[in-house]
Design a binder for this molecule. Structure first.
Ligand code: FAD
Length: 265
C-alpha cells in the first residue's frame, strides 16, 4: 500500500518522533511505500486566510467556502495545498500522528485539514436529493482508502475510559475520526493511543513501540470502525437524524452512529 504519514510534533527527538520512526520502519518492512508530511519541519501554514486564494480580488469580500470552491475548480489553490492534495490522492492509507493537546490535535494539524480539505475535494461533493445528501460519511472523494490516528496522551487510560473524568477516548476522537476522516469517505481504523506517556521509561517505550508495530503490520486488514453510512438508509433525509427504530435502546450521543461495536486499538 501507499501510505501518507502526516506528522505533527515540533521536535524530532520527541517520543512522537521516535514512534513515527517505529511506524515507518515497520510499514516499509512490510513492503509499503511511505511518504511523510512533517508539518513543523515544513513550516506548514496553519490558518486559512486571503493569502490562500491569490486570485481573489483585494476588494472582494472573503467567503472561505466560496473561495475554496472556486480555487479548487480552477486550479487556483496554493502550491503547498496542491502538493498535499496530490499526496492524499496518491495514498491508499492516511495516518495522522500527534500528541493530544487540549483534548484534540495540535493547531498546525487542524490547519492542515482546514486548508487541504478544499470544497469540491473533501466537502461539497455529490448531489443532494430526497434520497442522498451529498457524498459524505462513508462516501466521497476518499472512499476506498483507509485512515488511522496515532495519538499520545499524558492522561491515564482509565481517565479516558467510559466513566473516566476526561470523557471516553472514542468520544474525544469522534470529531476527528468521524467528522474529518469518515466524512470525505475514508474507512477509519480504530486509533492507536499511548497513554500516560510524559514520564515513559525505556521499557514503557518498548511496549508502546511493539503495540504500534503490530498495528502497522495489520494496517491493510484491520476492520474499520463500523460507522453507519449516511446514504445507506439509516438516516432520515433531510433532517439527517437516525431513524427512530435504529440504535441500541441505551445508546446515546456519538455511539448512535456505530453500526455495532467498535474495537479499541
Ligand atoms: P516527549 O515529551 O518527547 O516524551 C515523553 C516521555 O517519553 C519522556 O519522558 C521521554 O524521555 C520518554 N521517552 C521514552 N522513550 C523515548 C524515546 N525513544 N524517544 C523519545 N522519548 C522517549 N495530555 C492529555 O492527556 N490530554 C490533553 O488534553 C493534553 N493537553 C496538552 C496540551 C499541551 C499544550 C501540552 C504541551 C501537553 C498536553 N498533554 C495532554 C500532554 C501531552 O499529550 C503529552 O505531553 C504528549 O503526548 C507527549 O508526547 P511527546 O512526543 O511530546 O513526548
Amino acid at each position: 500500500m501507499k501510505v501518507l504519514h502526516v506528522f505533527a510534533h515540533p521536535e524530532p527527538r520527541s517520543l512522537n518522533g521516535a514512534l513515527r520512526d517505529v511506524a515507518i520502519t515497520e510499514l516499509e518492512a512490510q513492503g509499503h511505500e511511505v511518504r511523510v508530511s512533517d508539518l513543523y519541519a515544513e513550516d506548514w501554514k496553519s490558518e486559512i486566510d486571503r493569502a490562500d486564494f491569490p486570485s481573489l480580488a483585494s476588494d472582494t469580500r472573503f467567503i472561505p467556502v466560496e473561495a475554496s470552491k472556486k480555487a479548487f475548480e480552477t486550479g487556483g489553490l496554493t502550491e503547498d495545498v496542491k502538493t498535499e492534495i496530490d499526496k492524499v490522492l496518491w495514498a491508499d492509507a492516511l495516518i495522522l500522528q500527534f500528541p493530544l493537546w487540549w483534548f484534540s490535535m495540535p493547531a498546525i494539524l487542524k490547519g492542515w485539514v482546514e486548508r487541504v480539505y478544499a470544497y469540491g475535494f473533501a466537502y461539497g461533493v455529490g448531489e443532494h436529493s430526497d434520497k442522498r445528501w451529498g457524498d459524505r460519511y462513508g462516501e466521497g472523494t476518499l472512499a476506498g482508502k483507509r485512515a488511522m490516528l496515532i495519538v499520545t496522551a499524558g492522561g491515564w487510560e482509565e481517565h479516558y475510559s467510559a466513566r473516566g473524568v476526561n470523557g471516553p477516548i472514542d468520544d474525544l476522537l469522534f470529531p476527528i475520526n468521524h467528522g474529518i476522516l469518515y466524512y470525505p469517505g475514508y474507512e477509519v481504523l480504530p486509533p492507536f493511543v499511548a497513554y500516560r506517556v510524559d514520564r515513559l521509561d525505556g521499557a514503557g517505550f518498548e511496549l508502546a513501540a511493539e503495540r504500534l508495530r503490530a498495528r502497522m503490520r495489520t494496517l491493510e486488514n484491520t476492520p474499520p470502525i463500523p460507522y453507519r453510512q449516511q446514504n445507506g438508509g439509516d438516516y432520515l433525509i433531510p433532517s439527517m437524524q437516525l431513524r427512530p427504530e435504529l440504535g441500541e435502546l441505551d445508546a446515546t450521543g456519538f455511539a448512535l452512529h456505530l453500526n455495532g461495536t467498535s474495537e479499541a486499538g
